[in-house]
Write a new protein. Structure first.
Length: 256
């Protein structure tokens, strides 16, 4: 999809385990379910209808009208009181009117051109919003992976310093180190434990960001990274500039 290819992100692309979604699946889920994108697509639909309405002003208008009535004459009488021999009436009239405006200055043209510009603007705004949301989705996806990586590192650090504290405590009992050395070891362990708690909180925050932008995720799933670029990026600054000049929605919006 050309909109996604405009987003330049890091070459390291992460994927979930086989039971979970890949980055491509996450972007697809974002495209289908993100509320910001849904709102922009609805706005685009409205602009399309506005353009259709402005087009209709150039077409002829057809008006059909008709009337039908019924008169019961059974109860009508003559002047002498006898029944009047008048047949019941059931008249019906109809008309067809076809109108075509030939000249109205440039009123219809102006409205139509304004509607086209509005549609072009809505299309560019949708592309811009897609790029912004996709970038947020990638950041949320990789941010959650990074949070798990930090948690793993902090967990290993806590285990290492816990063993070190236990060793130092045993060395203190044999008078191999001083109480000050043990206090330093204990302080390092406390710092590592605080870092581990902070890493756990970061995972909660990262999951909330993921679910807010992309969608739900199993709380028990851990993410696994691989090194593989799934999209092509410009090979040079010149190529990147050329692509931006042709397809950048911000430039398109500014030009409109």
């Amino acid at each position: 999809m050309k909109k996604i290819s405009l987003i330049v992100f890091c070459l390291i692309v992460f994927t979930l385990p086989i039971s979970a979604a890949t980055l491509s699946d996450a972007l697809k889920q974002t495209y289908e379910n993100n509320l910001e994108l849904k709102a922009e697509r609805k706005n685009l639909e409205v602009q399309k209808e506005v353009l259709n309405i402005s087009k209709s002003d150039f077409f002829p208008t057809l008006t059909l009208s008709g009337t039908k009535s019924f008169e019961d004459t059974n109860k009508l009488t003559n002047q002498n009181g006898t029944d009047a021999s008048i047949t019941n009436t059931n008249p019906m009239t109809s008309s067809v009117k076809l109108e075509q405006t030939l000249l109205d200055g440039k009123g219809r043209d102006s409205v139509y051109e304004k509607s086209k510009l509005g549609l072009n603007l809505s299309e560019a705004q949708l592309i811009k919003k897609e790029q912004e949301v996709f970038l947020k989705a990638i950041e949320a996806y990789t941010g959650l992976i990074l949070a798990y990586e930090k948690l793993s590192i902090n967990e290993e650090n806590v285990n290492l310093l816990q063993r070190q504290f236990e060793i130092d405590n045993a060395r203190l009992s044999r008078a191999q180190i001083t109480a000050t050395d043990l206090a330093q070891s204990q302080s390092s362990l406390a710092g590592a434990q605080a870092g581990y708690i902070g890493a756990q909180n970061t995972i909660v925050t990262s999951k909330l960001a993921y679910e807010n932008i992309i969608g739900s995720i199993n709380s028990n799933e851990k993410l696994k990274k691989i090194y593989n670029a799934e999209v092509s990026i410009p090979s040079s600054l010149v190529e990147a500039k050329k692509t931006s000049e042709q397809k950048s929605p911000e430039l398109i919006i500014a030009d409109i």
